[in-house]
Design a protein around this ligand. Structure first.
Ligand SMILES: Nc1ncnc2c1ncn2[C@@H]1O[C@H](COP(=O)(O)OP(=O)(O)OP(=O)(O)O)[C@@H](O)[C@H]1O
Ligand SMILES: [Mg+2]
Length: 249
C-alpha cells in the first residue's frame, strides 16, 4: 500500500487549474523526484499535501490515515515535514539548539518541558549531524552558517523530528556544485529510512538521487519512471522543449 497517496487532487487560482486531477503515490522509504517545467504545479502540489493550500477536490492519505480535511498544523503533527526555500531555522541559536528544539517537536513525544532532550536526544543529534556533516558546526550560531550548511541544518531538523514524509522544494537552489554533490550524498543516505518528495530542476542532481521520477505538466501527471525511462520519453521531451527543463540539463 502506498504511504502517501493523493487521488484526484485539484486546485484552481482564479479559474486556472494549477493542479488538475492529480493521482500521486509514494511508498515508504522512497525518494521520489518531482520534476516539470516552470508553472507545472510542483510547488502547488507540495503546498496542497502540506496543507498550506487547500485543495478544491480530491483526497490525501498518509500512512492509511485520511488527512484531506486536516489543517496545516494538524498535518505537520501527523508527520508531514516541509522544507522551505527560506529555511525555517532560528538564526540566533546554535546548530545544536536548533536541533534540540526540533527534537522536542518529534511527533512521537509530547510538546512539553519534559521533552527537552536527555541523553536520547543527544545521541539522536549526534547521529543526524554525522549524516548531514554538521558535527563541527554544532556550537556555531546558525546565522554564521554557509548557504549549504543552512539548508543541511533545516534538513537535519526535519529528520530529527521523525517526519513521516519530508517534502522539499528545490533544496539545491543557490548551492555551489560541491554543496549540491554533498546534498545528493545526504539524500542517498536517507533512502530507505525516510520518505522524501523532492522537487528539482537540476537534472544532474536528479540523476544522482532519483529512484522513480514523476513528471508534472500543466497540473497533471505526464509520466512516471526511472531516470532512463523519463529522459527518452517523447512526451516529456515535448513538454519541456524551450522551457529550460530536461532538454537543457
Ligand atoms: N497563490 C497563487 N495564486 C495564483 N496563481 C498561483 C498561485 N500559486 C501558483 N499559481 C500558479 O499556478 C501555476 C503552478 O505554479 P507552481 O508554483 O506550482 O509551479 P511550479 O511547478 O512549482 O513552477 P516552478 O518550477 O517555476 O517553481 C502557475 O501558473 C502559477 O502562476
Ligand atoms: Mg515551484
Amino acid at each position: 500500500m502506498a504511504y502517501l497517496e493523493t487521488k484526484g487532487l485539484e486546485v484552481s487560482f482564479d479559474g486556472f487549474k494549477a493542479v488538475d486531477g492529480l493521482d500521486f503515490s509514494v511508498n515508504q522509504g522512497e525518494l521520489r523526484c518531482l520534476i516539470g517545467a516552470n508553472g507545472a504545479g510542483k510547488s502547488t502540489t507540495l503546498d496542497i499535501i502540506s496543507g498550506k493550500t487547500r485543495q478544491s477536490a480530491g483526497s490525501i492519505l498518509l500512512d492509511g490515515v485520511d488527512i484531506t480535511d486536516k489543517h496545516e498544523h494538524h498535518r505537520a503533527r501527523a508527520g508531514i515535514g516541509r522544507k522551505f526555500q527560506v529555511p525555517s531555522i532560528f538564526s540566533e541559536l546554535t546548530v545544536r539548539e536548533n536541533l534540540q528544539l526540533a527534537y522536542s517537536k518529534q511527533t512521537s513525544i509530547r510538546h512539553n518541558i519534559f521533552s527537552w532532550p536527555g541523553s536520547a536526544g543527544r545521541e539522536r543529534i549526534e547521529e543526524v549531524v554525522e549524516l548531514t556533516g554538521l558535527r563541527d558546526r554544532l556550537d556555531t550560531q546558525a546565522s554564521f552558517l554557509s548557504h549549504g550548511e543552512t539548508q543541511w541544518l533545516e534538513i537535519s531538523m526535519l529528520i530529527i523530528q521523525d517526519s513521516k514524509i519530508i517534502l522539499m522544494d528545490e533544496p539545491t537552489a543557490g548551492m555551489t556544485i560541491g554543496e549540491t554533490q554533498k546534498t545528493a550524498a545526504i539524500f542517498n543516505s536517507l533512502k530507505g529510512h525516510h520518505t522524501l518528495v523532492v522537487v528539482e530542476h537540476d537534472m544532474t542532481f536528479v540523476r544522482e538521487i532519483a529512484e522513480i521520477i514523476t513528471v508534472l505538466h500543466q497540473g497533471k501527471l505526464l509520466a512516471e519512471g526511472t531516470v532512463g525511462e523519463i529522459e527518452i520519453n517523447p512526451r516529456v521531451q515535448e513538454a519541456y522543449l524551450g522551457s529550460g527543463g530536461i532538454s537543457h540539463a
